[in-house]
Design a protein. Structure first.
Length: 214
């Protein structure tokens, strides 16, 4: 445990709780973790993976709180009901049935909730895992709420603008292949494939593939 970044070795340093907050006309649930010591902290939206708001995501939120963030993980499946994380046949319909616009609206509401916390600096970031990696990209491309975003992905050289366009234009769907590593393409099991221009290699350099596996 000592080698895990942000691992909470002293539980008194962090306060975590299940909360409800408004997202548009709905009230959704989420998990909020904050440093116990009163001060001014930035916020981060923690976007869960395909399995939903499971204990692993709550632990990640607490780890962010342990290093000085107000961390909010919204439950994107609150309206439809969370799937059984041990049964992929129940996970897929819920994951692929989540509308992008609804998810981005929940991220906006999460950012607003973080900004409204006592002592918040107003700076908001976002991080996502698995399907949440794609949703982090959508949030970053369609909103000004997030100043910084990170996706837990393997990344090679690619153009950010084209990737935003790909994330917006290609509907979420289940891919038959987990990875298609074709030079000049953006490949993902959730957003499919979209053509991405490669930067020309510098003199004497070996061309690299322009693909990402999310």
């Amino acid at each position: 445990m000592a080698n895990i970044p942000g691992a909470v070795t002293d539980p008194s340093r962090v306060h975590g709780e299940e909360i409800e907050f408004k997202s548009g006309n709905d009230t959704i649930k989420g998990y909020l973790a904050r440093p116990s010591e009163p001060s001014r902290y930035p916020g981060i939206v923690v976007i869960h993976e395909a399995f939903g708001l499971v204990e692993h995501i709550r632990d990640i939120a607490r780890r962010f709180a342990n290093i000085g963030y107000n961390a909010l993980a919204p439950d994107l499946y609150h309206r439809s009901g969370s799937p059984d994380p041990n049964n992929m046949e129940s996970v897929f319909p819920v994951m692929f049935g989540l509308p992008d616009a609804q998810a981005v609206g929940d991220f906006e509401a999460s950012a607003a909730h973080l900004r409204a916390l006592s002592g918040a600096t107003g700076k908001i970031g976002a991080i996502g895992f698995c399907s949440g990696g794609r949703q982090t990209l959508l949030f970053a491309c369609s909103s000004r709420s997030s100043r910084c975003s990170a996706r837990r992905t393997k990344i090679r050289r690619w153009r950010y603008q084209r990737s935003c366009e790909a994330a917006r234009s290609v509907p979420a769907r289940r891919s038959r292949s987990r990875s298609t590593r074709t030079p000049g393409t953006l490949s993902s099991p959730t957003i499919g494939r979209a053509t991405v221009k490669r930067r020309p290699p510098s003199s004497g350099a070996t061309p690299s593939r322009s693909s990402t596996n999310i």
